[in-house]
Design a protein around this ligand. Structure first.
Ligand SMILES: Cc1cc2nc3c(=O)[nH]c(=O)nc-3n(C[C@H](O)[C@H](O)[C@H](O)COP(=O)(O)OP(=O)(O)OC[C@H]3O[C@@H](n4cnc5c(N)ncnc54)[C@H](O)[C@@H]3O)c2cc1C
Length: 401
């Protein structure tokens, strides 16, 4: 038996026999669990499922074992993902800990910082928020003004962050703060971690057009962080912040690449075509509207190509390649692809997508309207498309300013 077969066998033994015995009942396949001190349970078993997987490091399959991860190599991680899909099991844990600050700590953190924070992420104990944007520092992030003043072994933080996703549900924040106001604006920025459960941190949710409130404004009034939670030293935050954005942009692109890959694995038919049949009808066994047929064929091909590209990128990340400026390409393409898909689904359902609540619309139609509205933010979060184009022009293509 090869190593690969033996690994697949051990994994199947765990996932198919041991895990169900421990859980009694498994979570549904689509439920995302974010963990944290005040967890929302999309399913009664979500927390126990996460904990059972975390015991083997399988919430962070490729992170080193010494920090609680699974220590899997690239090939093993692919097998693990395939086994989850085969058994219709969800990824056990999601969040900014796994996708953003974790990889950044592996890149820039000290051994002590990794030992302190990574195992808590793996076990789903701490949920993280990202404190980057400010009212006057979005695309021009280096203009940020929220300050951190060193006082002994602490930093005293004052100012405001905005658009902090899920800050009201998060336990800790990673963010960038100004420790020196002189010199170039990129200098004097420090990347630090802070506990949000303290009197100096005030979080206020912002209501969006989609009806949800995933965003918050976060205010700091003499809030405290420890100097041991400064990453890569005082004044070196800009480099760390940019590297983290690389992870974030890859994650955003990958989100739509993975969704596309999952759709492409649906053996029986194309979900978009099924939707078109249901809403726009068919003639002679084909979709009645030739324009819709073209749009569906085009988007299906584009999604398949993108899924393959993201798979190649994921392989190279697992092999040790750090996401660079090329992650902007994935971010732009993935988010615009999702917006095209949402527009198409809206056209397919037609007036049935004009509903917000009440009778006349089914549950899925009401969700569709909200998903379409939410997708507008995809090309803004993690840096707007215009900003990504600037990065690609300068740092990938080497064009002059
Ligand atoms: C869904 C979502 C989630 C988010 N989550 C977080 C979070 O968790 N934490 C966080 O810190 N932030 C978060 N953000 C904020 C996000 O990073 C900012 O909205 C984004 O960086 C843009 O900044 P801004 O909104 O200030 O727009 P601005 O920077 O004011 O931009 C306004 C417009 O000007 C254009 N523009 C600006 N500069 C240039 C330029 N040099 N060249 C060409 N065009 C330009 C932009 O493309 C945009 O169209 C989130 C945003 C969204 C939509």
């Amino acid at each position: 038996m090869t190593d690969v077969e033996s690994f697949r066998g051990q994994l199947a033994e765990f996932l198919e026999r041991e895990l169900p015995k421990r859980l009694g009942e498994l979570p549904p396949p689509t439920a995302d669990y974010w963990g944290g001190r005040k967890p929302e349970l999309p399913h009664p078993m979500s927390k126990r499922y996460c904990e059972a997987m975390a015991e083997r490091g399988l919430t962070a399959p490729t992170w080193p074992k010494e920090y609680g991860g699974g220590g899997l190599d690239k090939e093993q991680a692919k097998i693990f993902a395939a086994e989850l899909r085969r058994l219709h099991l969800p990824v056990p844990l999601v969040g900014f800990g796994l996708s953003m600050i974790g990889p950044t700590l592996l890149q820039f953190g000290t051994d002590e910082q990794r030992r302190e924070h990574l195992p808590k992420i793996v076990r789903g104990e701490i949920r993280w928020a990202q404190g980057y944007s400010e009212p006057n520092a979005g695309s021009d992030l280096a203009s940020l003004a929220a300050s951190a003043r060193i006082a002994g072994d602490e930093l005293v933080i004052n100012g405001q962050k905005i658009w902090t996703s899920y800050a009201d549900k998060a336990d800790w924040m990673f963010g960038i703060f100004r420790t020196d106001a002189g010199g170039k604006k990129q200098e004097g920025i420090t990347f630090l971690l802070l506990d949000m459960a303290q009197p100096g941190v005030l979080v206020r949710p912002i209501k969006l057009i989609s009806g949800a409130s995933p965003f918050c404004e976060t205010f700091f009034t003499d809030a405290r962080a420890h100097t041991k939670d400064i990453i890569a030293g005082i004044g070196n935050g800009w480099t760390v912040a940019k590297a983290l954005l690389g992870h974030e942009r890859t994650m955003i692109g990958d989100m739509f690449g993975t969704v596309a890959a999952a759709r492409n694995k649906v053996a029986a038919g194309n979900p978009l075509a099924e939707l078109a049949r249901a809403y726009a009808g068919e003639r002679d066994g084909r979709l009645a509207d030739p324009v819709l047929r073209d749009r569906i064929a085009q988007i299906t091909m584009d999604e398949r190509c993108f899924a393959l590209t993201m798979q190649r990128s994921a392989d190279s990340v697992k092999a040790g390649h750090k996401p660079g400026p090329e992650s902007s390409i994935f971010k732009i393409y993935g988010t615009e692809l999702n917006q095209r898909r949402q527009e198409l689904m809206l056209s397919l359902r037609g007036p049935q997508c004009l509903g917000w609540e009440g009778p006349g619309f089914d549950e899925r139609e009401l969700v569709q309207t909200r998903e379409w509205l939410r997708s507008r933010g995809n090309t803004i979060e993690g840096g707007t498309s215009e900003v990504q184009l600037n990065i690609i022009a300068k740092h990938v293509l080497g064009l002059p300013d």
